[in-house]
Design a protein around this ligand. Structure first.
Ligand SMILES: C[S@@+](CC[C@H](N)C(=O)[O-])C[C@H]1O[C@@H](n2cnc3c(N)ncnc32)[C@H](O)[C@@H]1O
Length: 194
């Protein structure tokens, strides 16, 4: 009961459609003992941050789909947005959440069962927001960013998840190694392309 109230309060920072999805997704995850989603999906405050950064950006790429909660939130938040999400591990649990998203949002999410280092496909539009949330060690984060750097549109933003998370020092190490001049907000690191 108290946990539900806490969650309800935390959802106030999200647009209504996204908050509704998050509530239903969490309820499904609890009922189906989907511990992966409960542990790995971005928290409401982090999602709110991501959605703020995504404002006006229609071409989004996510590295690390997991069970697609963030991809769905991004699609629900803007009816013109297209999301391409990469993850070589296709998790069966994902389908239940995609069903909760509804057809309109689902149609704008393309899931690629490929590693992030596969890079863009021929004909993909320049990326306006790159959400990096796949492997969190230094070398893979470096490789992911370097793969996608040239696919970014002018003024695009790259968002590094878990930048301040004590369990994932590799994210910060990679950002330092890349020499990116950006800013930290709500636990993510943001870099804007020139
Ligand atoms: C933290 S979860 C992603 C959570 C998701 N972004 C969300 O907010 O709901 C990390 C995911 O990255 C995936 N992953 C690991 N290595 C990867 C790679 N090289 N390329 C793409 N995804 C990868 C894992 O399979 C896992 O599902």
């Amino acid at each position: 009961m108290r946990a539900n109230l806490r969650l309800l309060l935390s959802l106030r920072v999200l647009p209504w459609r996204v908050a509704r999805f998050y509530w239903r997704a969490r309820r499904h995850a609890l009922r189906s003992a989907d511990h992966f989603s409960l542990a790995s999906a971005a928290r409401p405050a982090e999602l709110a941050q991501l959605l703020t950064l995504a404002e006006g950006r229609e071409a989004v790429v996510e590295l690390g789909t997991g069970t697609a909660w963030s991809a769905i939130a991004l699609a629900l938040d803007d009816r013109a947005r297209q999301i391409v999400s990469y993850d070589p591990s296709v998790r069966a649990e994902r389908e239940a959440y995609l069903d909760l998203a509804g057809r309109q949002a689902r149609e704008r999410i393309e899931l690629r069962a490929e590693p992030d280092t596969r890079g863009p496909h021929l004909g993909d539009p320049p990326v306006q927001l790159l959400f990096i949330d796949s492997e969190h060690q230094r070398e893979p984060v470096l490789a992911a960013f370097r793969t996608w750097r040239d696919a970014l549109a002018p003024d695009a933003v790259a968002v590094f998840h878990d930048y301040t998370h004590p369990d994932y020092p590799g994210v910060r190490e990679a950002v330092v190694e890349l020499g990116l001049a950006g800013w930290e907000v709500g636990g993510v690191f943001v870099w804007r392309a020139p």
